[in-house]
Design a protein around this ligand. Structure first.
Ligand code: NAP
Length: 664
């Protein structure tokens, strides 16, 4: 007894080989080129398979009779008890021609080869796609009833099954697995398609919102997801059972979840927020197709959809699975498996390993050069406020990655010390003394930097001034508002305006603004500071709309509290959680690597959402903090202030821990 496999080097094929090896008999695997032979050889090595049990056979799916040689046919004829046909293209992005050549003509060639070898049984691994987008309950004895087969993925799977049903003159069995994901015990998978397409979106949501924040999403049809080990166990068991020829088996989950539930199960597995409110996507069915198509083909909508889907790595055709209209009956399979102990595990029990494996091995973002070193190579990075705190820590981090920087501040001595340290850490620093609140000095800085270095690729607007004072105490201090605007807005703005033309001319650039979490949470006592930061945020949002297509990106970092000289005068901050300057520099490094529109802590985003959805509630929380926390006194009163603030109650500390990182 021997086995013959097409598609033996694929995901299901390799899993099937490991299972068949537990039985008697040699295994022959069709390989069309050296690459396939290498894949097989390395798998055998990985599985520690004794030589001689698995052999490659030269052939090609697209050739008549698989293009097997006379010698191979003579050697194998009459010896193959089970011919497993797994080779196919399961790729939503593949062209119709390729899918037809491999799936339909390839199946015809496999059937001919099996007949030529006089194989005992032809096992055709079809798919639930053979049912098309059938509306309702699809049984294992149904085939011709399939409908909505327009997409080549569905039509070619349907037609290849038809080839077997019509042309296979030796005994055959058909298996239709659901959407196959990784192993339910290890999570091991090879490709990230099907439900994996939505993992990137869940991961992004997780990265910006705490897991307990409820979100809104879509609900749709049932997604029949099955782990590969169940599919292989069931296939192996049924293939070796007597008296089942000519039958079809749905290797599916008897109780599948709806698409919204599936997303929530994976959201929980990935510690992302769950969608508490889900709208049934089919609700939008009332919109006539022509209207939908007209809206979707509007250039702007199309651009947004294309960019978003590309960014998330979701092929547009994957979306139709959200409203999958078919339920798959699998009673025949369950009867055949009765007594074997083989059953499909429930998705929530194995979703965590599936997520974990994806995040460690299949997430497209872990491949490619996403290192800080790669991103700063051959770039000139200008950092303002580089002589202290966040700016200095950022300069050190970039120096460790070999960056060349232009460092700007007023204090030349401190700048020189920073340069020395940058050089020690492997970076290059050019220092410029400039008071950024003086517009003429900014103009001179721009002219000098461009003349001496030719370009600035990344501008980090970090220099800033903060004032913590209530509005009531500021009514006679208009200069507080003028000073913060002068540096945080006009200084940063003038520098940005000075560099934008050269960034556009050189083919791209990146402006990173170190803003404040206060802009998202409307912190009391920071009206002057937050307004000046909000002005720069607003400018950047508008400018981004103009520069989006010329490769100039803007990133706003809504920085939480950081333990730097800036917050040192406020003694209450000694007892509240803050980031270290190095941690703040990590956020800047992330901005350089990913160029996101915004970087904010989860609490900052949550604050913005609360302000948008329940503005009165947010106002009451912030007002309570305003009443609870003391004012910062003028310097001559500092000693007295320290005494009061040292006495800060446990209540204050608890409140500030709750509002972790927010200016209070
Ligand atoms: P920092 O340690 O006080 O450093 C401020 C830097 O800005 C210094 O290098 C200072 O250098 C420079 N600077 C100040 N005024 C300047 C001027 N007129 N012209 C040129 N440079 C000037 O403060 P930090 O905490 O690192 O703050 C950096 C940025 O983060 C600021 O924009 C701040 O608003 C923002 N931020 C900080 C926190 C926090 O909790 N620390 C939170 C949110 C946002 P010279 O004095 O030598 O000029």
């Amino acid at each position: 007894m021997a086995y013959f496999l097409t598609g033996g080097t694929g995901f299901l094929g390799r899993n099937l080989i490991t299972r068949l090896l537990k039985r008697e008999g040699d295994i022959y695997v069709l390989c069309h080129d050296q690459l396939a032979r290498d894949v097989l050889a390395s798998s055998l090595q990985e599985w520690d398979i004794p030589a001689g049990r698995v052999m490659s056979v030269q052939g090609d799916l697209t050739k008549e009779g698989l293009g097997l040689s006379e010698a191979d046919i003579a050697a194998l004829k009459g010896n193959i008890s089970h011919f497993f046909h797994l080779a196919a293209i399961y790729d939503l992005k593949a062209t119709a021609e390729i899918q037809e050549a491999v799936n339909i003509a390839g199946t015809q060639n496999a059937v001919d080869a099996a007949i030529g070898l006089n194989a005992g049984c032809f096992h055709h691994i079809s798919s639930i796609a053979a049912a098309g987008l059938y509306e309702g309950h699809f049984r294992e004895d149904m085939f011709d009833e399939a409908e909505n087969l327009d997409h080549p993925y569905f039509s070619t799977k349907h037609l290849s099954e038809k080839v077997v049903r019509d042309k296979c003159s030796i005994p055959f069995r058909v298996y239709r697995p659901g959407m196959v994901v990784g192993d339910s015990k290890t999570g091991v998978a090879e490709r990230a398609d099907g439900p994996y397409y939505f993992f990137k979106m869940l991961q992004r949501i997780r990265n910006v919102l705490p897991a307990w924040v409820p979100t809104i999403g879509l609900e749709g049809g049932r997604l029949n997801i099955v782990p590969v080990d169940y599919v292989i166990d069931a296939l192996d068991h049924i293939a070796h059972k007597e008296d089942l020829d000519g039958r079809c088996f749905h290797l599916t989950d008897p109780k599948p979840y709806r698409s919204g539930e599936v997303l929530n199960i994976f959201a929980e597995a990935g510690h992302a927020p769950r969608m508490a409110l889900r709208f049934d996507a089919r609700l939008f069915g009332f919109i006539p197709n022509q209207v939908k198509n007209a809206i979707l083909s509007l250039p702007t909508i199309k651009q947004i959809a294309d960019v978003t889907m590309k960014d998330l790595g979701i092929p547009p055709s994957a979306l139709q699975f959200f409203t999958y209209p078919t339920d798959f009956d699998c009673r025949e399979t369950q009867m055949a498996l009765k007594g074997s102990g083989i059953e499909c595990p429930r998705l929530p029990t194995y979703a965590p390993v599936i997520w974990d494996y994806w995040e460690r091995h299949l997430d497209p973002e872990i491949s490619g050069d996403r290192s800080l070193k790669g991103r700063v190579a051959n770039k000139i990075i200008l950092i303002t406020g580089a002589s202290s705190g966040i700016g200095q820590a950022t300069a050190y981090k970039l120096a460790e990655n070999g960056a060349e920087m232009v460092l700007v501040a007023r204090d030349e001595e401190k700048l020189a010390l920073t340069r020395e340290e940058v050089e020690k850490r492997g970076g290059i620093a050019h220092t410029y003394k400039c008071d950024l609140s003086n517009i003429e000095q900014v103009d001179t800085l721009v002219a000098d930097v461009l003349a001496e270095h030719g370009r600035v690729d990344i501008l980090v607007n970090n220099a800033g001034r903060s004032i913590r004072r209530s509005v009531a105490d500021s009514v006679d201090r208009f200069h507080d508002f003028e000073r913060t605007m002068q540096l945080n807005y006009f200084g940063a703005l003038k520098l940005t305006l000075g560099l934008l033309p050269s960034m556009e001319a050189q083919g791209g650039g990146h402006v990173i603004n170190v803003s404040s979490i206060g802009v998202l949470t409307n912190a009391p006592r920071f009206s002057a500071y937050v307004s000046s930061k909000a002005a720069m945020d607003a400018f950047s949002r508008c400018a981004a709309s103009e520069y989006s297509d010329v490769n100039v990106n803007f990133t706003t970092i809504n920085m939480p509290l950081v333990a730097t000289p800036m917050i040192a005068p406020t003694k209450i901050y000694d007892s509240v959680p803050t980031l270290s300057p190095d941690e703040a520099a990590d956020l800047l490094a992330n901005a350089i690597i990913d160029k996101p529109k915004r970087i904010a802590t989860k609490l900052g985003i949550f604050g913005a959402i609360i302000h948008a959805l329940f503005p009165k509630l947010a106002e009451i929380i912030m007002n309570s903090s305003f009443r609870m926390f003391p004012d910062s006194k003028k310097s001559e009163q500092q000693d007295e202030e320290q005494k009061t603030e040292k006495a800060s109650s446990a209540e204050l500390i608890a409140f500030s821990a709750l509002l972790r990182g927010i200016h209070l």
